[in-house]
Design a protein around this ligand. Structure first.
Ligand code: 13P
Length: 232
């Protein structure tokens, strides 16, 4: 079983959501499918597909205009939430400390955080990928509870380029070993960044790749269903 998680980012409407979820419902798969939708689309899932959110506040409740609490996500029956996506880290200045606080809040409400880590292009150019990824990982994970890690190199997101298979292998192995050192060797590790129908099967065949976090290709059944089918 692999996780195949879609991240719709700031895209989509009710009709598009219904079309995609209905089409997924008709596919036979042993994989775990989750679609992380914008907040306005989280309610009202009639198709039995697991829905996730894209952010959670680290605060319990109160004067935090525009934020969404763990209680609210729980109330909407949400089981997964992405935290620390590179777009949140970049556009909203989310630090590892904030990401850890968000992941801790999610766990407290019985929601599994999907914690994103990954190096930038310049960190990669300087040969700092491993050290950056390790530090982000250790500083972003909660002290207790179950979670999922998504390795998403920032430079690979939306670019049409992915790391080579040997790079993915080396980085996922490093993430696995780092998790093992903190007794978390059973944590699923996903890859994300320019996943498509062409590369999904190859990437999920790499050791310690337990699934995929998919942006653009998760928006439409034309591009998403072939990925699900290719991995079964
Ligand atoms: P793309 O699949 O569009 O590159 O996006 C990846 C991503 O950011 C998923 O969270």
């Amino acid at each position: 079983m692999k996780f195949i998680i879609g991240n719709w980012k700031m895209n989509g409407n009710t009709e598009q959501k219904d079309v995609l979820l209905k089409s997924i419902k008709n596919v036979q798969t042993n994989n775990k499918i989750v679609i992380c939708l914008p907040f306005t689309l989280l309610h009202g899932n009639d198709f039995g597909i697991t829905i996730g959110a894209q952010d959670i506040s680290e605060h319990t409740n109160g004067a935090y205009t525009g934020d969404i609490s763990g209680q609210m996500l729980k109330d909407a029956n949400i089981k997964y939430v992405i935290v620390g996506h590179s777009e949140r880290r970049f556009y909203h200045n989310e630090t590892n400390d904030i990401v850890k606080a968000k992941a801790t809040t999610a766990v407290a409400y019985g929601i599994t955080p999907i914690i994103c880590i990954g190096e930038t292009q310049s960190e990669r150019n300087m040969g700092r990928t491993m050290s950056v990824v390790k530090k982000m990982l250790l500083e972003s994970v909660p002290d207790y509870g179950e979670y999922i890690i998504a390795y998403e190199p920032r430079w690979a997101i939306g670019s049409g380029t992915t790391p080579s298979v040997s790079e993915i292998k080396a980085i996922h192995e490093t993430i696995f070993k780092t998790l093992r050192n903190i007794n978390r060797e059973n944590t699923p590790i996903l890859y994300g960044g320019s996943v498509d129908e062409e590369n999904a099967k190859t990437i999920t065949s790499v050791a310690h790749v337990d699934g995929l976090l998919i942006g653009r290709a998760s928006l439409k059944s034309d591009t998403f269903l072939p990925i699900i089918k290719s991995i079964d």
